[in-house]
Design a protein around this ligand. Structure first.
Ligand SMILES: Nc1ncnc2c1ncn2[C@@H]1O[C@H](COP(=O)(O)OP(=O)(O)OP(=O)(O)O)[C@@H](O)[C@H]1O
Length: 442
């Protein structure tokens, strides 16, 4: 831990910038509780002290994530706790061990900890500053990022149930250092920050200082670039939305013929835009071309699927569908007397009175294949497969379609038909099955 001597006075500038960002954020957002992400390092120490001063009349919670990766992890958590106590603030330590010691896994673990903690109308404050932003942008350039990635981190965004705000993002690391000196604050110096095999550290120690030597205002230039790119992105979204309107059949369905009639250059962007808009999942170029070749160009009778992060993209009758991955209750359950049964992958709803005593023992089973029945209004028996095909049910829904049995007899295919011999047609009785869509998840 280091303690820096007092010298000049950049604290005022930090305070001004911090309060300006907080005030502008509060113009459009209601915040009940501010959650301060406190590692105990230089940036989050300043963040904590500015928040304690400028948000003194608000509910504040200080959170430290202990990754338990370093022999001093426990001491860092205690330091964070002492700092919060010194300022009279509530404190919480979240212990989460990342999958590995890589920067990316530690960050994922940290964000998962914040996600589980955040409530509606909470705002998570993080101490990222302008040099972090420059490193992020440089790193993304090196990895090959697009228009979104090159804008860097946003000042604020929705996060988990609440919001995330970075009130130090306009300030350079040197200004933060000066302010911390002015306050005479101790802070934790994580030794992993000096390990050059971490890409971010390499950029921080060897690349950014050289760029700054020649172009001192590089962080502001990056901020300008971000603004320009953000305007370009808005414009692009405007046109993509118009393309989507001309190709979409409902929110989760894209017409393949209409999509193919667009100029080549607009097709992949539209796919990316549609999937991101509906699911928040960002597709890379490789994924977009695999959707094009495997799904869009597939034979008519093929049933290809693309899966990512709980979302499936399917193809059926010249349409692309976005659907949630099926995780339903596939075991048998009693139909019972309720109006609605949530089976995990959809809702089974019952209208009208139970037709007769026999129905008290009705059971919901999932389709396995080979089932036959005698639908009301038809002569002879017919396979469930044929009934579902005739009803234009997409193939992936057919697989687990719920069926109603009394004993060994199939008595109804919900949403499709009731069967003869079980009094169902007499009482205005009906059964409907609505598989969940992405909107049910949101
Ligand atoms: N262990 C931690 N506990 C609580 N908050 C933390 C912790 N580590 C980092 N933070 C928060 O994240 C901010 C940025 O820190 P750092 O740049 O190390 O994190 P990062 O999430 O890896 O960011 P980046 O996206 O720049 O890699 C800190 O100012 C602090 O607000």
């Amino acid at each position: 831990m280091r303690r820096k001597p007092h010298n000049h006075f950049p604290l005022n500038e930090c305070e001004r910038s911090f309060s300006a960002l907080i005030s502008s954020f509060l113009k459009n957002n209601d915040v009940d509780r501010w959650v301060i992400a406190h590692s105990g390092g230089l940036d989050s120490q300043l963040l904590l002290h500015l928040a304690a001063k400028h948000l003194a009349d608000r509910e504040l919670l200080v959170v430290h994530v202990n990754h338990q990766l370093h022999p001093k992890s426990g001491a860092w958590a205690e330091f964070s706790q002492r700092e919060a106590e010194r300022l009279g603030l509530s404190h919480k330590v979240s212990c989460v061990v990342p999958e590995s010691s890589s920067e990316a896994h530690a960050r994922d673990a940290r964000y998962a900890a914040f996600t589980s903690l955040l409530r509606e109308n909470d705002c998570l404050l993080m101490g990222h500053h302008a040099d972090d932003q420059a490193e992020t942008i440089l790193f993304r350039m090196i990895r090959g990022s697009g228009i979104r990635g090159l804008q860097g981190m946003p000042f604020s965004r929705q996060f988990a149930q609440g919001q995330l705000l970075r009130p130090l993002l306009n300030l350079e690391r040197s200004e933060l250092e000066g302010a911390v000196q002015n306050l005479g604050l101790a802070y934790i110096d994580d030794p992993s920050n000096s390990l050059d095999h971490y890409d971010r550290n390499y950029l921080r120690h060897h690349v950014l200082p050289r760029i700054k030597e020649r172009w001192g205002s590089v962080t502001q230039r990056f901020q300008q670039n971000a603004q320009l790119l953000s305007q370009t992105e808005l414009l692009l979204k405007h046109y993509l939305q118009a393309d989507l309107d001309s190709c979409s059949e409902g929110d989760d369905c894209l017409d393949i013929r209409a999509w193919l009639s667009l100029p080549d250059i607009r097709q992949p962007e539209l796919l990316r835009f549609w999937v991101a808009l509906r699911t928040g999942v960002t597709l890379n170029q490789k994924q977009v071309s695999s959707i094009s070749s495997d799904l869009i160009m597939a034979q008519d009778d093929a049933t290809p699927v693309f899966k990512r992060k709980g979302v499936e993209i399917r193809r059926f009758q010249n349409q692309l569908y976005l659907v949630p991955e099926v995780v339903g209750n596939m075991s048998d359950i009693d139909l019972g007397l309720s109006d609605e049964l949530n089976l995990g992958d959809g809702l089974l709803s019952v209208t009208g009175k139970i037709p007769s005593e026999k129905w008290v023992n009705a059971v919901v089973k999932r389709r396995k294949g080979g089932e036959r029945c005698r639908p009301v209004g038809k002569s002879g028996t017919v396979t469930v497969k044929k009934l579902l095909q005739e009803a234009s049910i997409p193939p992936w829904q057919r697989e687990h379609w719920p069926l109603i049995f009394i004993g060994e007899e199939l008595v109804a295919v919900p949403g499709v038909c009731l069967c003869q011999g079980f009094d169902a047609e007499k009482s205005g009785f009906s059964l409907l099955w609505r598989p969940f869509s992405l909107s049910d998840n949101s």
